[in-house]
Design a protein around this ligand. Structure first.
Ligand SMILES: [Zn+2]
Length: 175
C-alpha cells in the first residue's frame, strides 16, 4: 500500500481540503504544522475568541481533538504535531522558521509515495507551509522514482509533475 503524507497547515485543512480523497485512499498520515501550544495564560486571538475560546491552548486542544475524530472517520492517522504556532501566536517574527527541517525529517523517515499539501490561496501559514513542502518533496520524489508518486496541492488538488513524469508522458505521446 502506498504511503501518503498530508502536510496540513492547520488542524482542519487536511479534512476540509482533502477529505474526499482521504476517504477514497485510507491509511494516510497527516502531519499538522500549526499545532503548537502558545503556552499557559496566552489569551485567545481574535479568530479563536470568535470561536468561543478563552485561551490559545484551549483552542489548539479542541481543534486537535476535532481533527483526530474526523481523521478516524476517514481512516487516516494523525501523527504527533509538528508544533509550530498558528500565525495568530507567532510573536514577533510571524514566520514558521525551522519548518523546512521538520518537513525534511518527515520525508526522510516516512519516505511517502504521495504527498498532499492543502494550499489555500492567501493565508500566510498555508503559503509558508506549501513552499518548503513542495520544494523538498519534488527532489525527494525524483530520487525515489515511482509511477504513482504525485504531489497534490490545494483544495482542487492540482497535480505537479516532475521532470521524470513529464518525460514519460511525452514519450508515450510521441511513441
Ligand atoms: Zn488553514
Amino acid at each position: 500500500m502506498p504511503v501518503t503524507l498530508v502536510i496540513s497547515p492547520h488542524y482542519d485543512d487536511a479534512v476540509m481540503s482533502c477529505g474526499h480523497w482521504l476517504h477514497m485512499n485510507p491509511g494516510a498520515i497527516v502531519a499538522t504544522v500549526c499545532s503548537g501550544l502558545a503556552g499557559p495564560g496566552i489569551s485567545a486571538g481574535a479568530w479563536d475568541k470568535g470561536s468561543g475560546f478563552t485561551t490559545a491552548d484551549q483552542a489548539t486542544a479542541a481543534r486537535q481533538a476535532e481533527d483526530l475524530a474526523a481523521l478516524r472517520v476517514l481512516d487516516a492517522k494523525q501523527c504527533p504535531p509538528l508544533g509550530f504556532l498558528d500565525r495568530e501566536y507567532q510573536y514577533p517574527a510571524r514566520t514558521l522558521a525551522g519548518l523546512e527541517v521538520s518537513i525534511g525529517a518527515f520525508l526522510d523517515v516516512l519516505k511517502p509515495d504521495r504527498c498532499l499539501v492543502p494550499l489555500g490561496v492567501k493565508h500566510p501559514d498555508h503559503i509558508q507551509t506549501a513552499r518548503p513542502a513542495v520544494a523538498l518533496w519534488l527532489p525527494a520524489k525524483a530520487l525515489r522514482q515511482s509511477s504513482m508518486r504525485t504531489c497534490l496541492t490545494g483544495s482542487c488538488m492540482k497535480r505537479i509533475t516532475t521532470p521524470c513524469e513529464t518525460t514519460r508522458s511525452q514519450q508515450k505521446a510521441s511513441g
